[in-house]
Design a protein. Sequence first.
Length: 272
Amino acid sequence: MDINAILFPILVLGCMGVIFGAILGFASIIFRVEQDPKVPLVRECLPGANCGGCGFAGCDALSEAIAKGEAPVNACPVGGAAVAEKVAAVMGVEAGSSEKMTAFVKCQGDCDKAKSKFEYYGVDSCNFEASVSGGHKACAHGCIGDGSCVDACAFDAIHVVNGVAVVDMEKCVACGACIKACPKKLIELVPYNKRVRVVCNSLDQAAAAMKVCDTSCIGCGKCAKGCPVEAIEMTTIGNLVPPAKIAKIDYSKCVQCGKCIKECPRGAILKV
């Protein structure tokens, strides 16, 4: 056996490895992108949920944005005030106020209160059912109850109860995934400590709203008139004639007195 026939290709491969290694090493130096030393420090403070609730692709993207000053130190909805303080310490700034928020489903039209147009036997997907005549609920703006929001939540913070999605406020981290998943756009983020809430998303006129749900807001305005701090306004929606109205609470003014709950003749305002 010719030993040279074996050693020569090994030697060639070894030399090629050394050459290519040197080229790669040189290229890594020439094309190296300097990373802000604060990025990994901020990243260590973040919880690592990668939920996207901050508006960025994940915790890595958020940490880079914070380091560049493109996102506030309290941008992480999962971490809340505790994480904001840690990030602020890294960035050398004040954390600022970071009020805990929670998702809220603006509907109580469950199987007992809301009427149905038909029996639905298709795929358990709110988006799919919504494409079938708007879903089985007679109220075109109510919760369909197929659980697309449940599937979207990574924290087990929302479940369908008797045909309506209900948020567990203690588990909710306000990531916003359920908001994006809801085809009816009836989930919103509200302050955790503000428990008086309008539990209706109807965009119909009073007469139509009353026909399809026993607890719909009919825009009567009694809650707004009875509010001692003027924290409720009647918002005009759509282009209907006469215009449809729905109560909306200004949480910066609301003192949680609950008087609006007593004034509402439809039970559309609750303290949760």
